[in-house]
Write a protein that binds this ligand. Structure first.
Ligand SMILES: [Fe+2]
Ligand SMILES: [Fe+2]
Length: 357
């Protein structure tokens, strides 16, 4: 496991190192027993590029993605590829997807895309496919099997009949605190595809699954939830070392369910606070770390961030670099069999949430 401070040296030059402490992106490192097999990839997620009119887009969200792309291009050693975790666009329009794709095209690496609900529900992913390809797929890289799922599908009735227009469907399905709910799911067709895909993979091969919504049931009220998470988990359970990495929640989360480790990544656009109802959600998740308040409107990068993730021996350790707050490190504790925040404080000693003025 590499010291997180030393990893900042991956970035070229002092200026880039300074930028690294303030820019949102994820760096994922997969480390195995054979050092020759070690490799890294970067993870950027939830840019929510939002069209205003004409050639004008919401500046803060643009800046988050542009800077993440620029910094990723400075990483040394170069990452083998980049993952983008979904919600490239805010309302799924051609203008937003084109603008986001143009920014991503500046990446000097192969980029793999994950579908988010904000990308999907205007035209059911049609234009996104023209730009980026399949909605779900798998690939192998240096001994690791990677799977990308589209986890934000829903019932046919919700998709095709319920809303008076595609625009209304987009708004409803993208709502966070939405009394109509938005029951995301991987769905039967894709689960069957996954079952067949995994049938060819050795059970000792490290498996890394990327989804947009978490493949676990965290908090339904905010749709931090995938309806058929249990069925998908059952397909992942036979593998010795499985990690699910997801976007969507715009905050730090980690969990362990049987052999499956879960890690969320942060957004480049804005942070979601931990829901008030996490008092209830604590039944499902380990103790959360420092709560993140809503973004400070005077600090555009408030509580966005980036992280390094190690998968030493197939287990993930995530270094979260938060702005205006203490960095966090979440590491798989082999003795306890689950990820733990190594700097989690006793309640009386806890670092206070960010102060807003
Ligand atoms: Fe998002
Ligand atoms: Fe999302």
């Amino acid at each position: 496991m590499t010291d997180p401070a030393s990893r900042r040296d991956f970035l070229l030059g002092a200026g880039a190192a300074v930028a690294a402490s303030t820019l949102p992106l994820s760096m994922v490192e997969l480390a195995f027993a054979d050092p020759a097999q070690n490799f890294t990839f970067a993870y950027i997620s939830d840019s929510h590029i939002q069209h205003v009119k004409g050639s004008t887009f919401v500046r803060n969200w643009d800046r988050g993605l542009i800077r993440a792309v620029a910094e990723t291009n400075l990483l040394r050693p170069k990452p083998d590829f980049v993952m983008f975790g979904g919600d490239l666009a805010q309302l799924g329009t051609k203008e937003e997807l084109d603008h986001g794709a143009e920014m991503l095209s500046k990446l000097g690496y192969k980029t793999h895309m994950v579908m988010g609900e904000h990308d999907y529900y205007l035209d059911l992913g049609e234009y996104w496919s023209k730009l980026f390809g399949d909605h779900y797929y798998s690939f192998d890289h240096k001994g690791v099997h990677f799977v990308v799922l589209n986890s934000i599908l829903t019932f046919d009735e919700w998709t095709f009949d319920r809303w008076p227009s595609p625009e209304q469907r987009m708004l409803e399905m993208a709502g966070l605190d939405n009394p109509n709910g938005s029951p995301f799911m991987v769905g039967q067709t894709q689960r069957e595809w996954l079952r067949k895909d995994l049938a060819n993979v050795d059970k000792e091969t490290p498996l890394v699954v990327f989804s947009h919504s978490p493949i676990q049931k965290i908090y339904k009220g905010w749709n931090f939830w995938t309806d058929d998470a249990d069925e998908v988990q059952a397909l992942l359970r036979p593998f010795e070392k499985t990690t699910v990495i997801y976007g969507h929640v715009h905050q730090i989360q980690y969990n362990q369910i049987d052999n499956i480790s879960f890690h969320a990544v942060m957004a480049t656009a804005w942070p979601w606070p931990y829901p008030q109802s996490y008092a209830q959600a604590e039944q499902h998740l380990p103790k959360l770390t420092v709560p993140m308040n809503r973004a400070d409107p005077f600090f555009e990068r408030d509580a966005t961030g980036w992280q390094f993730i190690d998968v030493a021996s197939g287990r993930v350790a995530a270094d979260y670099n938060l702005y205006n707050n203490a960095n966090r490190r979440v590491v798989f504790n082999a003795a306890k069999g689950r990820p733990e925040d190594v700097t989690y404080q006793a309640p009386a000693d806890r670092i206070m949430p960010q102060a807003h003025y």
